[in-house]
Design a protein around this ligand. Structure first.
Ligand code: SF4
Length: 439
C-alpha cells in the first residue's frame, strides 16, 4: 500500500536570546506561546482527509530535532513526504527535506511561505504546491505513486469550502491537544499592508454553517468538550449570517476562540449570541492604531478612532467575551518613547489580555516588498527572524538595538506578574463563574 507521511513543523520560535529568555519567564506569554506551538496543522490534516483509503497515512510533528525526525520518517519508507512550515521554521523544513531526499524519498512542500517563495523551496524538494492544496492533492498522490512528480502544482480554481474534507483528527490520537483548530472562513476581505494571510491563498471565502457543523462533530467525537481555536483570519468580516454560525457553535457544546476585527463590537447580531455560543475570547488587532505615539498621546482623528475602537471592544467584554488586544510595534512612526507610551497605556487599559509583537516582514506582503525596495532588510537575518518577536529590518526612527530594547521593555512591562494578575481578574469578571481559565 502506498504511504504518505505528513510532517508539520511545530513549536514556537524566538531568535533573539534575551527575548527568548524573557518570554519563557513571563506567565501570560509563556502560556500563549505554548498554546500556539501546540496547535495542530489544519492544512495537513485537511489533505489527510482527502487522501484515498488505499493510501496509508502517518503523522509527524517536528519541533527542531530535524535529524531524528528524518531518521524516523525514513524508517517508514513512505512513498511521499508532505511538509508544511511557517516562515520562522522553513529553514528547518528545508534541512529536513534535504535529508529525506538524500535517503531517496520524494518530498512535496506547501503552505503560505512556500507559495510565495517557489524558487527557493523547489531547491529543497521534488515538488511544491502553490496556493491551496485541496484541488491538486489527488494529482500529487497519483504522480508520486508513479514516480513522476511535477515540480509545481497550482490549483486552477479556489477550493470550494462547502465541500471541504473532514480533517483526519484521529491521526493525532495519543497526542493530547489543549486546542483543536477549525476553519470557518479563509482569507480576509480587508488588505492590511503587513498581513501575510489575507489573500495569498486565494479569494476570501466563508464556509457554510452545515459544513462547520460536520467538522465540529468530527472534533467532538475525539474530545466532547473540546476547546477550539478557529483558524480564521477574520471570522465576522464577511456577509454571512452570523446567527447561523453562532447557533452551530452553541449546539456543538465546545468552547472556542477566534480572531476578528473590532467592528464586532458594533454588531448586535454578533454580540447577542457570542458568549452563549461558547466563545470565550477573541483576539482583535488594534495594530494599525498602535503605529505611532499619536494614537496614545496625541489628539485628533487617530485618538477619536482609538476611542471608538476601545468602546467597541468594551461592548464585546460586557457581552461576556474576553478581548485579547493585539498590538504591533516597530512601524515607521514608532520610536522608543512611543513604544514606552504604548506600555504605559496598556497597563491601564481594561483589555482582558494583550499580545504585543514586533512588526514582521512576511514574504508576499506589500510591507516586505516596500522595505526591500528601500534596502532596509537586515542582511544577516533570514526567515528565522519572522517569529513576531525578532527584528528583521532597519527601523525608521531608531536603531535595531533600540527597537529590540524597547520591545523587550514593553513586553516585560505588560507581561509583568502583577499585570498578569490584574488581567486575570478582568477575565474572571467577564466570564463570571461560567468558564474556567482557557488553556
Ligand atoms: S484585518 Fe486582519 S486578517 Fe484582515 S487583512 Fe488586516 S490583518 Fe489581515
Amino acid at each position: 500500500m502506498p504511504r504518505v507521511a505528513f510532517v508539520a513543523m511545530s513549536g514556537f520560535r524566538i531568535r533573539e536570546a534575551e527575548m527568548l529568555a524573557l518570554g519563557m519567564t513571563l506567565p501570560g506569554l509563556a502560556a500563549r506561546a505554548g498554546a500556539i506551538g501546540s496547535l495542530p496543522s489544519l492544512g495537513l490534516l485537511t489533505l489527510a482527509g482527502l487522501t484515498p483509503p488505499d493510501w496509508d497515512a502517518t503523522w509527524h510533528e517536528c519541533n527542531g530535532d530535524v535529524r531524528a525526525m528524518a531518521q524516523r520518517i525514513s524508517s517508514e519508507r513512505p512513498t511521499l513526504v508532505a511538509i508544511s512550515a511557517l516562515t520562522a521554521s522553513v529553514l528547518d523544513a528545508y534541512a529536513l527535506a534535504d535529508m529525506l531526499r538524500e535517503e531517496g524519498l520524494q518530498v512535496v512542500m506547501g503552505g503560505l511561505h512556500v507559495s510565495t517563495c517557489e524558487a527557493e523551496a523547489i531547491a529543497h524538494c521534488d515538488a511544491v504546491v502553490l496556493g491551496e492544496g485541496e484541488n491538486v492533492w489527488h494529482q500529487v498522490l497519483h504522480d508520486a505513486q508513479s514516480g513522476r512528480l511535477q515540480p509545481t502544482y497550482r490549483a486552477a480554481a479556489p477550493a470550494n469550502l462547502a465541500h471541504a474534507p473532514i480533517p483526519r483528527w484521529e491521526l493525532l490520537s495519543g497526542r493530547e491537544r489543549p486546542r483543536y483548530t477549525l476553519q470557518t472562513a479563509r482569507g480576509c476581505p480587508l488588505a492590511c499592508e503587513f498581513c501575510g494571510a489575507s489573500r495569498l491563498l486565494g479569494p476570501f471565502r466563508e464556509k457554510p454553517a452545515a459544513q462547520v457543523a460536520a467538522e465540529l462533530a468530527a472534533i467532538t467525537a475525539q474530545q466532547p468538550r473540546a476547546c477550539i481555536e478557529l483558524a480564521d483570519d477574520n471570522t465576522f468580516a464577511g456577509k454571512r449570517d452570523a446567527k447561523e454560525l453562532l447557533n452551530v457553535m452553541r449546539a456543538s457544546g465546545v468552547r472556542w476562540f477566534t480572531e476578528c476585527d473590532w467592528r464586532i463590537g458594533e454588531r448586535p447580531d454578533v454580540l447577542e449570541r457570542l458568549a452563549e455560543s461558547g466563545c470565550v475570547q477573541v483576539l482583535v488587532g488594534v495594530e494599525t492604531l498602535a503605529l505611532g505615539a499619536d494614537a496614545y498621546g496625541g489628539l485628533g482623528a487617530k485618538r477619536a478612532e482609538l476611542t471608538r475602537v476601545m468602546d467597541a471592544l468594551q461592548r464585546v467584554q460586557d457581552a461576556g467575551v474576553a478581548v485579547i488586544g493585539c498590538f504591533v510595534v516597530g512601524g515607521d512612526q514608532d520610536d522608543e518613547s512611543s513604544i514606552h507610551a504604548l506600555g504605559e497605556w496598556l497597563i491601564q487599559s481594561p483589555l482582558a489580555d494583550v499580545q504585543i509583537t514586533v512588526q514582521t516582514l512576511f514574504p508576499g506582503t506589500g510591507l516586505r516588498a516596500k522595505l526591500e525596495r528601500a534596502g532596509r532588510l537586515l542582511p544577516d537575518r533570514s526567515w528565522e527572524s519572522c517569529t513576531l518577536f525578532d527584528v528583521g529590518y532597519q527601523p525608521s526612527r531608531m536603531t535595531v538595538e533600540q527597537l529590540e530594547r524597547a520591545f523587550r521593555n514593553v513586553v516585560a512591562m505588560v507581561h509583568a506578574p502583577s499585570e498578569h494578575a490584574r488581567r486575570l481578574e478582568i477575565r474572571q469578571r467577564i466570564w463570571g463563574r461560567r468558564y474556567a481559565e482557557p488553556r
